[in-house]
Design a binder for this molecule. Sequence first.
Ligand SMILES: [Zn+2]
Length: 424
Amino acid sequence: MRRFRANSRRTHGATLALFAVTALLLAAAVAHAVPLASPDAAATPAAGAGYAGHQVLRVFLDKHDLASVRSALQGTDIWTDLALTSTYVDVRADAAHAAQLRTQFRTEVLIADVEAAMTASTQPATVSDDGAAGPGRNAVDGEVAADAVSAKFGIGTNYLGYDAMRSMWDAMAAQWPGRVTVAKVGASYENRTIAAVKVTSGKDGGKEGGKKTVVVVSGLHAREWIAPAATINIMSNLASTYGTVPRVTALLDTFDFYFVPIVNVDGYEYSMTKDRLWRKNRQPTSSSCIGIDLNRNFPYKWSPPSSTATPCDATYPGSKAGEAMEITALTNWITTLPNLVAFYDLHAYSQLWMYPFGYACNAQPTDAAALAAVASTAQAAMNATGAPFAVGSICSTIYEAAGSSADWAYAAPRSHSVTRSSGA
Ligand SMILES: [Zn+2]
């Protein structure tokens, strides 16, 4: 399988997350990452957002307490979640902050010049007909085996703009009629179509409507380009290997998969053309700052912004649950799906497999033991690839975070008309 390239080797595990779905449980894969890699050649390089002098540092926490660490990191951009068990945190900092952090902590420079790294990563990559790396390609790990199917759909060499992605899954639908179909979830604030791609064997699981539904979403956070790329890779692999790979055949005969590769379509395009590190959507707020953090805006146990938060913050949760148009569209659509048994939300940077709940650490899902068991299965699969993942509930693994996709998907659709299958 050809992999999408990312300059961070820590992101590769994302493509494997799907297969834990065989455990038939509601779960969410959530990790946070900011891969710096190349957009598609047609996109305008997004280097001009003023990151000159910025560095990415690994800050080792050693004996520092979390409160003092959080205080010291104010004004920086935290790339790895600052978890209770963290031994380090990766942050982007401007020159002054970076210098200050060096005096306070033991540090390691991960990216010495962020802007230069962005510029380098926007050089167009090329791939020869046999799929081998071309002169513009930065093959990081050698995982670039030719894959005729992936090559056919342009997968594997560049991060694509949204229009190019839409062309790709339209082509998949044409290639595998009945197995791949494209539907509309809704519209973004800037009126882009949020698309869903259904991959199914076409079999009905023994009775009409009898198959179980798995939802995979990605691209809630604009800058995490590897996540939509991984989702498209998963879609392509499922569609192309049904009937030839027994595990995939069994999966598609048991489940219908619905993928939403990019929820935050506006933010994604903005990150490609204006600001590589943009995270939120592009909806206006009550202030002059734009954007709501989609993964803080889901309408389940949503919390209003803290007294110190402002709409300018990268994690601004909105002024009310479901305020973001993309979230309303997504949640309305998911609620219409029959037999939903699993939900995955792929993010990037960090290697964490997290499940509900995030809104409170003392809230226990009724399936906590089963969710933990699925997580352990996933963890073992990740470890086998050389990408060790930490697992746990969102709150216990990182911190209290309300309004996340995982909390909503676990708790909310079941209060509507969705029936969970027995044994799931
Ligand atoms: Zn994210």
